[in-house]
Design a protein around this ligand. Structure first.
Ligand code: FMN
Length: 164
């Protein structure tokens, strides 16, 4: 089954090793980056030293110290066909990876990078990313340590019908 370009049909043993997650992401990268207008680049990060380094620059990414891997979704100004739309495309790619990870029984968290400039600069430097490529979001992936109850923030007053 394809879910927005990411093949989630491969089966994971719930107790499987993290190498399995890595292999799955690598197998599916081609379909993920093929998504829409192929503007995104992904950096799959498995190196323990790099994962441990990121929380020094990104204050809300402490879970990376325990995560076996992360995926950095990047926009690419040289690849964009429709100027400015790379943000929406990267957001959709990020969400698709989160959904696919969830469907596999994995835990995944969106860690915001762009447009916080010091995070963009630090991550670009840490990973050797060229200037025309914009680190957009990091997705921390692992087996979830806990299941949090869904929070209900629905506010009917924010839904407008036909006109505001
Ligand atoms: C644009 C964006 C940036 C986020 N950045 C972070 C982050 O830096 N650190 C973090 O732990 N979670 C981050 N999150 C995840 C949220 O904290 C939260 O886990 C997610 O939105 C789902 O929360 P909810 O189910 O309570 O709505 C981010 C989410 C979004 C959409």
């Amino acid at each position: 089954m394809y879910h927005y370009g990411l093949d989630i049909s491969a089966t994971f043993a719930a107790s499987g090793g993290y190498a399995e997650i890595y292999a799955w992401v690598c197998r599916n990268l081609h379909s993920t980056v093929h998504f829409r207008r192929v503007q995104q680049n992904l950096v799959v990060i498995k190196d323990r030293g790099i994962l441990d380094e990121i929380p020094k620059y990104h204050p809300y990414s402490q879970m990376l110290k325990n995560a076996p891997m992360a995926i950095l979704v990047c926009g690419d100004e040289q690849l964009q066909k429709y100027k400015g739309y790379w943000v929406q495309d990267c957001s959709a790619a990020t969400e698709n990876i989160l959904i696919a990870a969830q469907a596999k029984g994995l835990g995944a968290v969106w860690l915001g990078v762009y447009p916080t400039e010091d995070r963009v600069i630090a991550i670009r430097k840490l990973l050797g990313i060229p200037e025309h490529v914009i680190p957009f979001s990091l997705i921390s992936i692992g087996y979830p340590a806990e299941q949090k109850p869904r929070s209900d923030r629905y506010d009917a007053s924010r839904i407008h019908r036909n006109k505001w």
